[in-house]
Design a protein around this ligand. Sequence first.
Ligand code: ATP
Length: 350
Amino acid sequence: MNHLEIQGLTKRFDLSSPPAVHDVSFQLKTGEILGLLGPSGCGKTTTLRMIAGFTPPDGGEIFLEGASVASLPPERRRIGFVFQDYALFPNKTVLDNVIFALHRKKRPLRKNRARDLLALVGLSREEHRFPHELSGGQQQRVALARTLAAEPELILLDEPFSNLDAALRESTRADVRSLLKCAEMSAILVTHDQEEALSFCDTLGVMNAGTLEQTGTPEEIYLNPRTAFVAQFLGRANLLRGTATGSTARTDLGEIAIHPATDGSVLLSLRPEHLTLLPLTEANSPDDPPRITSREFRGHDLTYRVKFRNREFLVHTDYTCDYPPGSAVALAPRRPGVVLQEPGLCFRGL
Ligand code: ATP
């Protein structure tokens, strides 16, 4: 059985504008971390708030362990919510912030349980400090300990790392992920940061304008985006038009392999690292060949911008594939182009 199942969740705040969330369905297994990813305003927080019970849906169902939670108020859903600003009590110590969330436990047990939770998040030595005496990452971990104290069945995290600087964000993210995994806790993370989604989550749901465009593992979505929006939101993508016959298509880059096989006019996605640069030969030399407009050394790879037929291709290669800016080159795919579904088309960068 799925731990959480969402069916057709819909919310319209205002009749004169489109729904903030439209017909969203997904499932979450026990212990799984799902990332809801999408640009600002696409409906991520509204989805989370409906699951938590803070915002009533206009349609759809939410099942936790197979039972509908529709009629339950937030405090009876056993769902923990970690807010972006942590929402700690500023006038309570770290220990008291956690003890406050242990009101279900018998009074004599509360202090020890709070100390266990602070040990779990690595903050035993900070128990007498006040929130303003902690770093952002430490405050984040107190917020998590406090949420775990209520023994929720599911944790919802709304952009919990966005107030941390880049280095702290990475380490806090890794700590929180291993804490959730140790506790076998199911969680949903809302983020608009693709790197965060890829590194923190077991599965992802990419949202666009209130709808869920694609769900799957990070690898599935990255390697097989279903739409141009998903291809461009999760990573970088070169979009290319072509005419398909089975598993090949005629494109500006010549005849290239595609998948899945299809026939007719297609829009294809090629990741920058799935293209490479080759020296020009007589066989691959058109009248006006692709030309490198910029070359950036980025440590682990080289990033080229290549102009060809009035458009720009982005290419990531390893540093052995080295050409100076201005060189004429051949552009060659190293993997099949992914055939995209056309609705949601957005020609960014074309
Ligand atoms: P962000 O990443 O900026 O937090 P989001 O993806 O979480 O965005 P939501 O906060 O869910 O997006 O908002 C989705 C849409 O619903 C937006 O157009 C927003 O303006 C609208 N909205 C959200 N809450 C309300 C509300 N209480 N009343 C009216 N409109 C709302």
